[in-house]
Ligand binder design. Structure first.
Ligand code: NAD
Ligand code: 2HG
Length: 399
């Protein structure tokens, strides 16, 4: 159970390089950045794999400065009442630009052409002649008029789909869980695939923008390759594990897949033919790193200081303007009579409620109650104990 009773100086730990302007959100009067801390109040992370990282007793929040949260033990965090945030859309433009860059550069054999040209370094005056003679090895294709399949029409996929239309491609998209916001932003010229098989069968290029989950793991495999066009080019800027690597190697060998462009190289990928391995650069722009860091830091700060929650992947979103003199925030099981027991505990101490909110998400819920009275002396720990000991309460904070 995580405990918190006093508004003390808060410790923030970072597990990756986090842009300076993001860290500046944590003002020095109230926060200390301590990357050696074993027990921080919050962690800000990018791609660091946290699955073996101990979660200290004071840890209240983990913010992923980015989109994917598969490097964070989300379920364990939920069970311990630790809120996990991400930064939806903050790096989407960076990834979109990288995808379109690679789509065009790969189609024109630019990566191979440039690498070959560099081998001519010692050929002196012969270089222009050798270039003209050798360039026929790298004749490419235009993307105009070709079909791009976009799997996952979220923050990144929708931008890629819309921009590919501007490049005169035909675009077919598949996303059975598309959000209303994204659907509004998507061009009506993006054709909707009713099944993923329809997309696989019609695309010359496929780009994937879905999270790694048990449903999406290995979605590119022998079975799905068999539906695709011969020579299809696949771009994976989502996660390496979406692809069955043994099957991809075979598909590249027999030409079913013409090229595999991936942001997630490993030894197996580097040994495959016709791959373009990119060193996880999709979100690596100064602008995107700053956007993500600022958004992550603001969300953590707001949660630590007010209990309000925005962009969590495991807690419900909640906003309650501070209406009293003391706030109780409790994360608890989503079962009957939790709010009743909390309000009873509060009134049993002679305290009056100014405002409250309760939101649920699956098996859990989050309640914030503002109290009209100054809560001081022995009443403060008594209030904390009464709420914390209610069966089903996972974590309690007095803010
Ligand atoms: N290479 C990088 O640096 C980089 C940067 C950002 C994000 N990413 C990866 O890209 C993923 C997508 O990022 P985003 O910001 O667009 O996320 P997002 O949450 O905005 O969009 C994901 C979309 O995938 C859809 N989806 C989920 N399961 C699906 C399925 N089985 N079939 C089709 N669609 C499905 C969802 O409905 C959603 O619309 C992230 O989860 C992350 O893994 C990589
Ligand atoms: O932090 C990064 O550079 C990569 C982030 C990316 O993989 C994400 O899921 O947002």
């Amino acid at each position: 159970m995580s405990t918190s009773i006093l508004n003390k100086m808060k410790t923030i730990k970072t597990l990756n390089n986090i842009a300076e302007n993001g860290l500046k959100v944590f003002n020095k009067e109230n926060y200390v950045i301590d990357n050696d801390s074993d027990n921080p109040d919050a962690i800000v992370v990018r791609s660091f794999n946290m699955h073996q990282t101990p979660l200290g007793d004071d840890l209240k929040a983990i913010a992923r400065a980015g989109a994917g949260v598969n490097n964070i033990p989300v379920e364990k965090c939920t069970e311990q009442g630790i809120v996990v945030f991400n930064t939806p859309g903050a790096n989407a433009n960076a990834v979109k630009e990288m995808v379109l860059t690679c789509l065009m550069a790969s189609s024109r054999n630019l990566f191979d052409g440039v690498a070959w040209t560099k081998t001519l370094v010692n050929e002196g005056d012969q270089i222009p002649k050798l270039v003209e003679a050798g360039k026929k090895q790298f004749v490419g294709n235009e993307i105009k008029g070709k079909t791009l399949g976009v799997i996952g029409l979220g923050a990144i996929g929708a931008l890629v789909a819309n921009n590919a239309l501007d490049l005169d491609m035909d675009v077919i998209g598949f996303d059975p869980f598309i959000s209303v916001d994204t659907a509004w932003n998507l061009s009506r010229n993006v054709q909707r695939a009713m099944t993923i098989e329809e997309l696989f069968a019609s695309a010359d290029y496929i780009t994937v923008h879905v999270p790694l989950t048990n449903d999406t793991r290995g979605m590119f495999n022998q079975g799905t390759f068999s539906i695709m066009k011969q020579g299809v080019q696949i771009l994976n800027f989502s996660r390496g594990e979406l692809v069955n690597e043994t099957d991809m190697e075979q598909a590249l060998e027999n030409g079913k897949v013409g090229r595999y462009i991936t942001d997630f190289p490993n030894e197996a990928v580097l040994k495959m033919k016709n791959t373009i391995p990119v060193p996880h650069l999709g979100a690596s722009t100064a602008e995107s790193e700053e956007n993500c860091a600022i958004m992550a830091a603001r969300q953590v700060k707001d949660f630590l200081e007010t209990g309000n929650i925005k962009n969590s992947v495991n807690f419900p979103g909640v906003y309650l303007p501070y209406a009293g003199k003391q706030r109780v925030a409790a994360f608890h099981k989503n079962v009957p009579n939790m709010v009743g027991q909390m309000t009873l505990s509060i009134s049993s101490l002679g305290l009056n409620i100014a405002d409250m909110v309760n939101r649920s998400r699956g098996e859990y819920a989050y309640t914030m109650i503002d109290i009209d009275n100054e809560v001081t002396g022995d009443i403060l720990p008594a209030l904390y104990e009464k709420i914390a000991q209610i069966e089903g309460v996972v974590s309690t904070r007095l803010i």
